[in-house]
Design a protein around this ligand. Structure first.
Ligand code: HEM
Length: 458
């Protein structure tokens, strides 16, 4: 419904007609009544306009010429002809522009022309009419949250400081809250992926948002590998803006032409069952970190005999890549249409995992073993010597690892639920088992991360 050809002026008039004598005429009014949640999520368009106008101005503030340029572009979004998409995406753009300006300073002039790409939002997807005021501003919320993510981690580091500093109790509480908000980013995206009225582009943007923590690590490692002189935050903001634009302008696939995926579901499940053996060992290995680095190393030494052997390692990597390929194919299928919560969780956790495993293998094989030439042991995992908590870069590993463990286990629980239901197990019993699996995943994830942060059981 975001593409409905309607302007704010028309829409507000429609509201008045509807609230008047009840005479409903014209398709504008009829559409508004059909889609109340999407049409008017705020309930008061005038106050929203003035609020977002204030927000635009306060964000732009004194940031200088580059932001003035953005503001000049966004000005049309403040007119009566403007639609909500222009304003919402304008706010998103200004937020990113702030980050870019802070990184590049006046050099941000150089990238100013990219803002004009925002014109894409003023164009209808089918070219038949302008986007109306009922733009679904929640659609781009996953991208906005993802853009905030690196700055939350920066804020965490600013509060916690380096290993040399001893944070006050207040700083610890503040840092914990900031980290909790960072963890909200993927779960907010997961909640938005559940929305039944989202179109495929919007839903896929939400699924991408779930992968925020692992994508940010992936980006950081790739940036180091290519020796990029551009700050991670800047590349990140530009990428998310591009993804947001793509999600809102890409043509929606026609659901009826979706291929059948039954065979791939079975193949994906069988490979998962085999890979479970490695994952179970690998996570059990990391749990030994709670005893200490020596226990962790001793267990890893035993496992390496198999998974790093001449036969075992290529097989493991090939199976992982196959799993990622089939998983992404299935995710593409399931993300084309709205799904129930359990299926959405399964797709979201699978999407996270696919990107996590790709990034993780890139870190282990290419970055550590080839590029740096260092052993991929406990010290590598915890980012020694600075470790996870007190290092401005390493802190990004904490949500990345925590959700990697959580999603791999809960994804397996989701698969088990589907298999049980397919074999006649009562749906409510299967759901309860799934819930227990998800809770256990969270506990195991927390235990591994605690061990990596220095917690020890005697
Ligand atoms: C806290 C979470 C995790 C940490 C700290 C971690 C750390 C590591 C480390 C240090 C290695 C190198 C192992 C070695 O040199 O023997 C490794 C390898 C690997 N990890 Fe993880 N990992 C985690 C979670 C996961 C998860 C959830 C998966 C899969 C879903 C996974 C898949 C792999 C794979 C495929 C390898 C390559 C194995 C090889 O060396 O051949 N990891 N990981």
């Amino acid at each position: 419904m975001r593409n409905a050809p309607r302007r704010v002026r028309d829409w507000t008039r429609a509201q008045r007609v509807e609230g008047g004598d009840g005479a409903v005429e014209g398709r504008d009014v009829a559409d508004v009544r059909l889609q109340p949640s999407v049409t008017n999520p705020r309930g008061a368009p005038d106050s929203w306009q003035s609020l977002s106008g204030r927000l635009d101005r306060s964000l732009i503030g004194d940031q200088g010429a580059a932001l003035a340029l953005v503001a000049a572009y966004l000005r049309p979004a403040g007119t009566v002809e403007a639609d909500e998409s222009g304003r919402t995406l304008g706010i998103l753009a200004v937020t990113a522009a702030e980050a870019i300006y802070l990184e590049l300073g006046p050099g941000s002039f150089l990238i100013a022309p990219m803002w004009f790409k925002m014109d894409a939002f003023a164009e209808p997807r089918d070219g038949s009419a302008a986007i109306g005021p009922r733009f679904d501003y929640l659609a781009v919320a996953p991208a906005a949250a993802a853009i905030c993510y690196p700055f939350l981690l920066k804020a965490f580091h600013a509060v916690v400081g380096t290993q040399a500093a001893t944070p006050s109790p207040l700083a610890i509480v503040g840092a914990t809250l900031i980290l909790a908000v960072a963890f909200v980013v993927p779960f907010l995206a997961l909640a938005l992926a559940c929305r039944p009225d989202a179109d495929p582009g919007t839903r896929r943007l939400a699924y991408a948002g779930v992968a925020t923590p692992t994508l940010y690590v992936f980006l950081g490692v790739v940036q180091t590998l290519i020796r990029s002189p551009v700050a991670d935050e800047l590349v990140w903001c530009v990428l998310w803006l591009a993804i947001a634009i793509w999600s809102q302008t890409a043509r929606n696939p026609v659901a009826a032409t979706r291929p059948t995926v039954e065979r791939w579901r079975i193949v994906h499940g069988v490979t998962a069952a085999v890979l479970c053996l490695y994952v179970a060992f690998h996570l059990a290995n990391h749990l030994f970190g709670l005893i200490g680095p020596d226990a962790h190393a001793a267990v890893m030494k035993i496992g390496r005999v198999v998974y790093r052997s001449g036969v075992g390692e290529p097989l493991l990597v090939a199976a992982m890549l196959f799993q990622i390929g089939t998983g992404l194919f299935l995710a593409r299928h399931w993300s084309a249409a709205p799904q129930d919560f359990h299926r959405t969780f399964q797709v979201a956790s699978g999407a996270y995992l696919s990107l996590y495993i790709l990034g993780h293998m890139n870190s282990v094989f290419i970055y550590a073993r080839s590029f740096l030439g260092i052993p991929t042991d406990w010290n590598f995992a915890i980012g020694a010597p600075t470790e996870l908590i007190h290092d401005a870069w390493n802190i990004r590993l904490l949500p990345h690892y925590a959700l990697g463990v959580f999603f791999v286990l809960s994804h397996l629980a989701s698969g088990l639920r589907v298999v049980l239901i397919a074999h006649g197990v009562d749906r409510r019993a299967a759901n309860r088992l799934w819930g227990a699996g998800v809770a256990t995943s969270a506990v195991i994830s927390a235990a591994i991360i605690a061990g990596m942060c220095g917690v020890r059981i005697s």
